[in-house]
Design a protein around this ligand. Structure first.
Ligand code: AP5
Ligand code: MG
Length: 212
């Protein structure tokens, strides 16, 4: 199963990707998490990406296409994968297609901007593994500590309201067109992201034809 999760910042891509990946036993590839790790480790990619991410702008396509090609070539992707947060522009989608990537389904998680703006203030992420939590909608078992790896939970630098607004504007200007791109290829399904997490997971599994 090769799956893409599309959706605005805060739509729930990361949250749903982790849950679906567990169910399907395939890896999640999150370009956001890969870039944050690169910034933490001060790699050349991280140094290139940092300013763009801090401002809520997209990292250049060539950087992203390189990261994704390298990751998809790894052994654990042979049985399938979930792409979270990529592609985000028409050139990225075209590059996947030109590389012969066959997709089973593209799920767009739909949600209004106003709901997202409220959600982001409560998000906490694991500084070690990138897992996403919410102080009320999806709290960790122990406050401030990741359920999965015991890493410290922190607030993402780009979750301040002004940067969230920039990221939403970029989503509408650059990424939303991908819904048409995949609809034309018969791959797109829409799922309501403004419902409890478990209900959205149920709807995604139904949309991709997997029994919960
Ligand atoms: P990235 O890390 O991908 O951020 P994003 O797309 O802005 O999306 P988020 O991670 O903010 O949201 P999400 O949809 O994963 O939501 P989550 O599940 O966490 O990218 C960051 C930056 O990296 C970009 O701005 C760009 O600079 C760069 N970048 C990355 N990929 C790129 C690419 N391909 N091209 C160019 N640049 C790229 O949920 C959000 C919150 O809501 C959490 O607190 C969660 O617990 C809560 N929540 C989730 N679902 C529900 C629900 N159903 N009900 C209530 N709360 C919920
Ligand atoms: Mg995410």
């Amino acid at each position: 199963m090769n799956l893409i999760l599309l959706g605005a910042p805060g739509a729930g891509k990361g949250t749903q990707a982790e849950l679906i990946a567990k169910q399907l036993q395939i890896p999640t590839i999150s370009t956001g998490n890969i870039l944050r790790e690169a910034i933490k480790n001060q790699t050349p990619t991280g140094l290139k990406a940092k300013d763009f991410m801090d401002k809520g702008m997209l990292v250049p396509d060539d950087v992203i296409i390189g990261i994704v090609s390298e990751r998809l070539a790894q052994d654990d992707c042979k049985k399938g994968y979930i792409l979270d947060g990529v592609p985000r522009t028409a050139p990225q989608a075209q590059a996947l297609q030109d590389n012969g990537i066959e997709l089973d389904c593209v799920v767009s998680i739909e949600i209004d901007d106003a709901v997202i703006a409220r959600r982001m203030t409560g998000r906490r992420v694991c500084s070690a593994c990138g897992a996403s939590y919410h102080i009320t909608a999806n709290p960790p078992k122990a406050q401030g500590i990741c359920n999965a790896c015991s890493g410290e939970l922190v607030t993402r630098k780009d979750d301040v309201p002004e940067t969230v607004q920039n990221r939403l504007a970029v989503y509408h200007a650059e990424t939303e067109v991908l819904k048409d791109f995949y609809a034309k290829r018969g791959k797109l399904v829409l799922v309501n992201g403004d419902q409890p997490i478990a209900d959205a997971t149920r709807d995604i599994l139904a949309a991709i034809g997997v029994q919960p």
